[in-house]
Design a protein around this ligand. Structure first.
Ligand code: GLN
Length: 278
């Protein structure tokens, strides 16, 4: 079968499950034949041999069952980095780039701050901040050893000397340290949210957080305060419908200057707060 026919057939089968059927089909075919996408356009008449056909079909079936492209290809773009991902890590989302942007807005280029990323997963947030602020030291923690192994590979691949990955629950591995800024994309989905079904390939422990989705945000609101410098920042991603609830949690825990920021879709997505204000 010709490459263009293989793509056309795959697009038809993928269309009911994704808005990016053509792109997905092309990427899966490129992975199968280990060629860049430009090859598909230059050689549409190439024949796909039987062995490659089988391998392509295996990848296509995974996608048709709803597995995210990132787990099939093993990588995901975030900020300016091509990151390894695995089922042990969440697939980094574009909206999480807002958290990076807000952190960078507060960290002067010349600052040599201690920065903490809690529940780093693939390391996306820690790596993005570390690359933009080479004078800062970033500590990234995760309770999942498998996720942390991926984060460490990503740090190595990005050739960063200013990120340290530590294994443990939230702030447990950094109990005696002080930071000027703490960032986190914690789990925040309600445990009975039907959206979790669409996210079934991703680690539940990185997504769901109790009845109202706020269990971990409540924990972080308490744990982070004593680890920050007097004017230090806490910035957390949360659900689009959790703005007021997160503000209430932070207020109750004594945080100041609580401010919510919208993501590119215009949805409330990251709340920042300070230990003591300026
Ligand atoms: N943003 C993710 C979603 O698609 C959730 C990520 C998280 O819980 N931190 O729902």
């Amino acid at each position: 079968m010709r490459l263009d026919a293989v793509i056309a057939d795959a697009v038809e089968r993928l269309s009911p499950i994704t808005d990016t059927a053509r792109l997905d089909a092309e990427i899966l075919l490129c992975k199968t034949i280990d060629m860049p996408r430009s090859y598909l356009f230059a050689h549409p008449e190439d024949e796909l041999d039987a062995l490659s056909r089988d391998r392509f079909e295996t990848l296509l079936m995974r996608r048709l069952q709803g597995e995210p492209m990132s787990y099939i290809t093993g990588t995901r773009e975030f900020w300016s980095h091509e990151l390894l991902v695995s089922p042990a890590t969440l697939v980094p989302r574009p909206e999480t780039e807002l958290l990076v942007e807000l952190a960078l807005r507060e960290i002067p280029r010349t600052a040599a701050w201690e920065v903490l990323d809690l529940g780093t997963g693939s390391g996306a947030i820690a790596i993005s901040i570390a690359a933009e602020r080479p004078l800062c030291s970033i500590t990234a923690t995760d309770a999942s050893a498998d996720a942390l192994a991926i984060a460490r590979q990503n740090v190595r691949q990005a050739d960063l000397a200013n990120v340290t990955c530590l294994s443990g629950n939230w702030t447990e591995p950094v109990a005696d340290k002080q930071f000027t800024i703490i960032v986190s994309n914690p789990p925040y989905v309600r445990e009975d949210d039907e959206a979790l079904n669409d996210l079934r390939f991703e680690p539940l422990s990185a997504l769901a957080s109790g009845k109202d989705g706020l269990n971990d945000i409540r924990i972080l609101a308490t744990l982070c305060m004593p680890l920050l410098t007097n004017d230090g920042w806490l910035m957390m991603e949360h659900g689009a419908d959790q703005k007021d609830a997160v503000a209430a949690v932070l207020e109750e825990a004594g945080w100041r200057e609580i401010t919510c920021h919208n993501d590119l879709a215009g949805l409330p997505r990251v709340t920042a707060a300070r230990r003591n204000g300026k």
